[in-house]
Write a protein that binds this ligand. Sequence first.
Ligand SMILES: [Zn+2]
Ligand SMILES: [Zn+2]
Length: 311
Amino acid sequence: MKTDAIHGPLQSTLDISTNPPEALQNGNTPQTDLHTHTTASDGSLTPKELIRLGKKIGLSSLAVTDHDTVSGLPEAMEEGKKLGLSVIPGVEISTFHNGCDIHLLGLFIRPDTPELSSALSYMAEKRKERNRAMIQKLHDAGFPICQEDFPQESGMVTRTHIGALLAERGRASTPMEAVREYMVPGGIGYVPKARFSPEECAKLIRKAGGAVIIAHINQIAKDPSKALSTARELLVENIADGLETLYCQYDDFWRKETRRLAEETGSLSSGGSDFHGQFKPGLSLGKGYGDLFVPQTFADSIEHFVKERRN
Ligand SMILES: [Zn+2]
Ligand SMILES: [Zn+2]
């Protein structure tokens, strides 16, 4: 079975068509992006390609935060060194608390921390089991998909990759549509995911020397007040160090509320595009859907914070 089945036509060489060079003009303020994905998880650009794109569009720093893995970091950091772009080692880990899906970002982590590595390999095993179960359910329901489409050696497989194959085979118009239709609770191919609690996850990130940032608060719960109160609880109880106050999908409401929450709880502010390359069409590195601008000062404050805590 050919190994390109997973990425199919979505696997790209460097595509910067959605990122014109003039994208990052906001006076002379240096710009960062503290939330991005590569082919190490479910992005379509390799770590090297992502860093080259970050350099090309003029970012002053860039965090690589793949889902449940740090395997893309060595390549990204080496390329950053070569090009003179500051690459921030990161990770995004899914947690579950009070019926809510909470994604925690670890920023400025030491990727080779043994406790982090073994927790991530445990999650990788669980992810494989879950994928096998989801593919089986879809196969049994008559979808044109089978275990052999995803050979062992083909790297991390996520719902996005399964969705990409379903889209390629005509069962959805985009990978994300396939995920939303078939692989969320209530969907015909859905299998629940094994997740850490936020406390367990925060402990791992701190052990690795990183800052714990709550990602995309708007996705924690359907009810905005529940999402905000859950985030507040994690900040007040010192489980998280900060939150994304800038994010590709935030409107004025979310920008205002998350900034207020950061101020009231004295927490760190972070922000990013959640760039996935071609798996999230229309979403650009650095500028999100067009109106995102994360100042370098966010990265500087987080770096200062982790250095102080390590001392
Ligand atoms: Zn996320
Ligand atoms: Zn993400």
